[in-house]
Design a protein. Structure first.
Length: 271
């Protein structure tokens, strides 16, 4: 079966405006799928969609939806009711702040939970039944090494990414024998616009044109993602992330948390 035959005709990519989301959407289009691009910024989405269409010939739809809003999934469901979506990718989820939990309003954490936990869960619950009836489809949920263990300045973010990892694993356990490829894709430090903005704002980069040190490229992440769509339930992206997973797995939870505290202090220059 071809890629498009197995996963098409449409893919929906949540968090498709830049970084890994936009690149993953283009990778799907290159493989013969039409793509629905979902993110907050309509103008940016339109630019991404135009580029994908011109380079691949794929049909695209754009949906300007804020995934932190409680009615986000309803808006997506309504806009895609006439499309056969055989592939779902939940790519949104970066933390633009990296600040202590108590330094931010509780609404920031609530928005993180809505975007990183509620929206993926709701989207999977809506789109997966049609995949099961058809006997084929794909679901990829992007997670992060921040979900391995709790650490400072990413209290809610790390917790939501732990949810994403376990949710993907559990969903795989129920759907993999029904023809659905479910993959929890765990990323480490990745050179995205969001990371460049964050590190520049904290004085760690001289400008947003610089490449963050020790960061994987988006191309590297996307290549591993497509090479391992059937390697679920979980795939750690990059040698560094696989080594980190092995290291944390050899520790007690308490040891791992203390290591994260030390690593965070060192990365922030000891503050």
């Amino acid at each position: 079966m071809t890629f498009a035959g197995k996963y098409g005709p449409w893919a929906l990519v949540a968090g498709a405006s830049d970084g890994v989301g936009a690149a993953f959407a283009e990778g799907l289009a290159e493989r013969g799928l039409n793509v629905v691009l979902v993110a907050r910024r309509q103008a940016v989405l339109d630019d991404v969609a135009a580029g994908i269409s011109s380079r691949t010939g794929a049909e695209t739809h754009t949906l300007a939806v804020d995934l932190t809003e409680q009615d986000a999934t309803s808006a997506i469901v309504g806009a895609t009711k006439d499309l056969e979506v055989g592939f779902l990718a939940c790519c949104a989820g970066a933390d633009p702040h990296f600040e202590p939990f108590l330094a931010q309003p509780i609404t920031a954490a609530e928005a993180m939970v809505q975007r990183n936990c509620m929206a993926p869960m709701q989207l999977c619950h809506h789109f997966a039944p049609a995949m099961v009836r058809r006997g084929s489809g794909g679901i990829v949920i992007f997670s992060s090494g921040a979900g391995f263990v709790g650490g400072p300045n990413m209290v809610a973010y790390g917790a939501t990414k732990a949810f994403d990892m376990v949710f993907a694993e559990a969903l795989w356990s129920e759907l993999h024998d029904k023809g659905i490829d479910v993959l929890g894709l765990v990323l480490g430090k990745t050179d995205t616009p969001a990371l460049r903005r964050l590190e520049h704002s904290r004085g760690q980069l001289g400008s947003e044109d610089e490449v963050p040190p020790d960061a994987a490229t988006v191309d590297e992440v996307i290549a591993e993602a497509f090479a391992n769509l059937t390697s679920g339930p979980t795939w750690m992206v990059g040698e560094q992330m696989r080594a980190a997973a092995q290291m944390f797995g050899s520790m007690t939870r308490n040891e791992a948390v203390r290591l994260m505290v030390q690593a965070s202090a060192a990365a922030m220059g000891g503050d």
